[in-house]
Structures are given as C-alpha cells and as structure tokens.
Design a protein around this ligand. Sequence first.
Ligand code: ZN
Length: 390
Amino acid sequence: MTSLLKPPFRADVVGSYLRPDYLTEARAKFARGEINQEALTEIENKAITDLVHKQKAAGLHVITDGEFRRSWWHLDFMWGLNGVEKASLKEGYKFQGIESRPETARLTGKISGKNHPFIEHFRFLLQFADNNVIPRITIPAPAQFFKELYRPENKAVTESIYPSQTDLIEDIAKAYQTFIAEVYALGCRNLQLDDCTWGMMVDSKYNNAGVAEQKSQCNCNCSSNTTVITQSVEDLAEIFVQMNNAAIEGAPEDLILTTHVCRGNYRSTWAASGGYQPVAAYLFGRENVHAYYLEFDSERAGDFSPLAEVSGDKQVVLGLISSKTSELEDKQTIINRIKEASQYLPLSRLCLSTQCGFASTEEGNELTEEQQWAKIALVTEVAKEVWGTV
Ligand SMILES: [Zn+2]
C-alpha cells in the first residue's frame, strides 16, 4: 500500500538504531559458521519487527529497518551492487581517537544496480506500512561510493576498470537509477541518501577529499586513508553535486528524496569539523532533494547561517539532539536553537531529528536502548511544542 504521508516530519529520525544483543550474538554466530543464513534472517526479522513496533509506539511517522541486516551504513549497499566486492585494507577510517574496522568496497568489474539484496530487505519492511507511517530506505549517496573507490588502496583497481572517470560516474549514476526504479516499483516512496562527503569536505583537513595520497605530507593520521581527487573544494563539490543529481534524475515525482549529512558517526566518535558554508551553494542550492537531515548537535557543525542557501521550497531537518551521547538535552535549549535557525529558514520549512543514526555501524553508539528512546521521545515532545504536531 502507498502512504499519503510526506516526509520529512516535524519529529523525525535519521534511520539506524542500536542492535539488540540477541541480534549481535546471532551475527557473530553466523560469522563463525555456527548458524546458516536462514537462521540469521529469521532472527533479523524478529529484531526488525520489534523495532518497527517501538518506532510506531514512539509516535514516529517514519519507520526503517534500523539497518539491522547491515554491518555498515554504507559498505553493505556498495557490496550489493554488481561489480563490487568486499575487501580488507591495512587501515580503517580515522575517527577521533579511534580507527574503524578496515573494510572497504572494491571493484571487480563494471558496476550495475540490478537485483540488489536491499530490495528484498525493503520488501520485509513494507508489510508494516499503514496510514500513519511511511517506510524509509537509507542508502549511501553516489558521491560516497565514488569516494570509497578512491581510497588509496582501491584507486589502482578503480582506474584499471574505469580508465575514464566520466565513464565511472556515468555507471554509478545508472546503477543508482536502476536500484531506485526497482525499489520504487516495490512501493518505496521515501529514499534517503546518506552522505558524509560534504561533512568531510568542510574540514580543511580533508577538504579536497583528502590532503594527500597515502601518508606523504604529514605525520598525523589525517590523510592516511584519503586520495586527492581534485585540487579544490569547489571542483570536488561540483563533481559530487552533479553525480548525486545524475543518480536521482528521472526519479518519480512522488518518491520523496532526502539526504543526511554529518561528519562521521562511529561508536560515538566523529571524523571531521566545520560549518556548512564552503559547500552550501552546491549542497543546499543545487542538490535535487526534497529535504536535508543535517548534523547540528555540536559546535563542530558551525552556525545556522548557511541555511539561507537552501533553495526552492526544500526543507531542513535540524539534527539538534545528539545520537552520540547518553545525556538527554535540555528541552528549552533545543527550542531556542530551533528559533535561532528560523532566522535563516522559516519555521514552516524546519523539522527536528536526532543528529545521526544511533548505530551507523553494527557496533552502535555508546548509549543504551533506553537512552535512545528517551532521545526520540524528546524529539517528539519538542516538535509538539514548537509546531503543535509530530
Ligand atoms: Zn550521520
């Protein structure tokens, strides 16, 4: 069935949720070969069913599968594309004080998006749609995939399969178009592109998708897992906005396309700092999405003034409540910050959410499930007070 509800909602979320312990245990057993895929799927189905009931009980109008069948918010989608394999690296992504598991997506051939396993995942979620909730699928943005293929240890393989960057970008766009058409045909009406590329670009440490190849230019870790793609932020922003737009070009009008931007989220840590200004004209002015889910829960995300660049009638979901910390925010402080943001974009075009998912990777952030739901309850409470609705 198709819902008439239109995201974003005054009280919203980004998409991933903390995994229950029994799911974590089942995934570990599966990895050790102690249970088969069928047994794992059954446990995932139960965990997702429980999660959906909790989302509905929390009063949310959007449901997701919590990304419970994934290990990563982004790599699992890339691995599901044709022409892509799961591979290991010497180093993981660098976060503040921590390094992620060293996994990546690497090309094995030309890319295509047919028969992606996420289609079946979404089919399971769809059964829970009703007049009060719309199911959302979250996938990494095309730019995020492109950037993954240019990590130093992937670059040579990528360039051997795609000597022409133009051909690579064209195939990425086509693969996304294929996936989007298939998931839409199934009944999806809200697709979200999660995109850290913008959040990394605003940090001078990474601002042209990395400052150097390998560790050639400095001794710190800042550049060790990035590759220079262009020499300027503007050139890179131009490539990324065109690529993301090409991938969603021709999408049906009643498919609500949203995007989430943050500066990294891994076990409660982050990767980058900086306000949105350097990329605002590209991301807010030209990306053809209906709404932006933006990190704004700390000083690292800068002030609200770049919101003045949000074009047309696009909406902004303010990620003012942290999904990284266990401490519950002060309600009045959040209300005051929404008012502050409304100096740049009218209240009617603003919404509220948690700043990111609660578990961008299966490890999850450092808070309890109880604290996670308390954060969401605060989102709905504030939304009711500010807009009179969720
Ligand atoms: Zn995020």
